[in-house]
Ligand binder design. Structure first.
Ligand code: PLP
Length: 355
C-alpha cells in the first residue's frame, strides 16, 4: 500500500478470483466457465466487421441487446440493465442501496464478492449462517431491515431455494431491495424474473459468463422495476456509460439469437453433473445436490486442501476455499463428459496413493 491510499481502504480485503494459470494447460474445473465454445452464430458475429468499428464508441444504451433480452424474458426494455459482468451490477447495487452504514444481509457461505462490496461501500452487513445441511432458511431473510443479497442457486454449495421461498423473502421486505443473483439459474433452478412485474423491490441479476460461454467477454444483465433500473443507470452514467464494449455487445446479441444452442449445452451439463455426482459418490464423497454447473464435494478419505493440491499436480484445477466451515470441500466445475472421466480417474489414483 502506498502512503497515499485513503485510510478507509486499509482493511479492505479484495476479492480473490480463481486461478487463471497461463503456464501450462490444465483441465479447468475451478471457475465455473462453460466447457463449450460460444455458439457458431456468436463466433460468426465476431468476424462480421464490428472490430473495424472499434474507432467508434459503443451505444451506451446497448439497445440491440436490451431489446432482445426484454423479448426473451417477457419484460420491457426499461426493465433491463446491462453491465460489464454481473459483478458490476452487484457493485452498483451495494453502492445504491447499502452504502455508508446502511444495512445489508447475505449468507455466511455464499459468493465471496458480497462481503467485499459491502466493505468497499461501508455497508453495515450481517452474514446469516446457512443451516447445518448448507441450505438457506428463507425465513431468516424475511423482514430484515436492509438490502438482501441471495445467490440462487447459491455458490459454492449449488443448493437452490424454491421460487415460493424466494417470493416470501421479497414480499416480506417491501422497503428494501432484494437482489437475487441468478448466475447459475439456467442449470436447473427456478428464476424469479417473472416476479419483477409484481414487486418493485426485486432485482434479478444474470450473466453471460456461465450458461452462455462468454466469461471472457464480460457481460451481465439485471431485470428489475423501472425505478430500480433507473437508479442503476444513474450510477453507471456517473462512472462509465460505455461499460459494454462494441464487440461484447454484438456477440451478446448473437448469443441471444442462438438461445437453443445454449439451452442444449445446459442440458448436457446437467447430464454430466448427474454422472459426476454418481461417480464421486461411488468414490465415497458427500456431494451436495447441485442445481448449478458445479458440485460441492468432500471426502473423509482425504483433506480438501490436499485433494486440491494433488489434483493440480495431476493437471486438474478445482476450487478450494479455506473458510473453516467449508475447508473439507472442493467446488468442482462440471466440464465435458471426458473431463469428468479424467477427474474421477485422477481422484481414484490419489485416494489409492493416500492409503
Ligand atoms: C460467477 C458469478 C458472478 C459473476 O459473474 P460475472 O458476470 O462473470 O461477473 C456473480 N455471482 C455469482 C454467484 C457467480 O458465481
Amino acid at each position: 500500500m502506498s502512503k497515499f491510499l485513503d485510510k478507509r481502504y486499509d482493511s479492505l480485503a479484495a476479492y480473490v478470483p480463481g486461478e487463471q494459470p497461463q503456464d501450462k494447460k490444465y483441465i479447468k474445473l475451478n471457475t465455473n466457465e462453460s466447457p463449450y465454445p460460444p455458439s457458431p452464430e456468436t463466433l460468426e458475429m465476431a468476424n462480421r466487421g464490428e472490430a473495424e468499428l472499434l474507432r467508434l464508441y459503443p451505444d451506451p444504451d446497448g439497445k440491440i441487446l436490451t431489446k432482445k433480452l426484454a423479448d426473451l424474458y417477457g419484460v420491457e426494455t426499461e426493465n433491463i440493465f446491462l453491465a460489464n459482468g454481473s459483478d458490476d451490477i452487484l457493485n452498483f447495487s451495494f453502492m445504491a442501496y447499502c452504502a455508508n452504514g446502511r444495512k445489508s444481509y447475505f449468507a455466511d457461505i455464499t459468493y465471496g464478492f458480497y462481503s467485499v462490496f459491502a466493505n468497499l461501500h461501508g455497508s453495515d452487513y450481517t452474514e446469516i449462517p446457512l443451516e447445518e445441511d448448507f441450505s438457506i432458511d428463507y425465513k431468516k431473510f424475511c423482514g430484515v431491515d436492509g438490502g438482501v443479497f441471495i445467490a440462487n442457486p447459491n455458490a459454492p454449495t449449488g443448493l437452490a431455494m424454491t421460487l415460493s421461498q424466494v417470493e416470501e423473502v421479497i414480499k416480506s421486505n417491501p422497503d428494501y431491495v432484494v437482489v437475487i443473483d441468478e448466475a447459475y439459474v439456467d442449470f436447473g433452478a427456478e428464476s424469479a424474473v417473472n416476479l419483477v412485474k409484481k414487486y418493485d423491490n426485486l432485482l434479478v441479476i444474470q450473466t453471460f459468463s456461465k450458461s452462455r460461454s462468454m466469461a471472457g467477454a464480460r457481460l451481465g444483465f439485471a431485470i428489475g422495476s423501472k425505478e430500480i433500473i433507473n437508479d442503476l443507470h444513474k450510477l453507471r452514467y456517473s462512472t462509465n456509460p460505455y461499460n459494454i464494449n462494441r464487440l461484447t455487445l454484438s456477440l451478446g446479441a448473437a448469443a441471444i439469437d442462438s438461445q437453443s444452442y445454449y439451452t442444449d449445452n445446459c442440458k448436457k451439463i446437467i447430464d454430466t453433473r448427474a454422472y459426476a455426482t454418481k461417480e464421486l459418490e461411488n468414490l465415497g464423497f458427500e456431494v451436495l445436490p447441485s442445481k448449478a454447473n458445479f458440485v460441492f464435494a468432500k471426502s473423509d478419505k482425504i483433506d480438501g486442501g490436499e485433494l486440491y493440491l494433488k489434483l493440480k499436480d495431476k493437471g486438474i484445477l478445482v476450487r478450494h476455499f479455506t473458510k473453516e466451515r467449508i475447508k473439507d470441500f472442493n467446488r468442482i466445475t462440471i466440464g465435458t463428459q471426458a473431463e469428468m472421466e479424467a477427474l474421477t480417474e485422477k481422484i481414484k489414483e490419489i485416494i489409492t496413493e493416500a492409503v
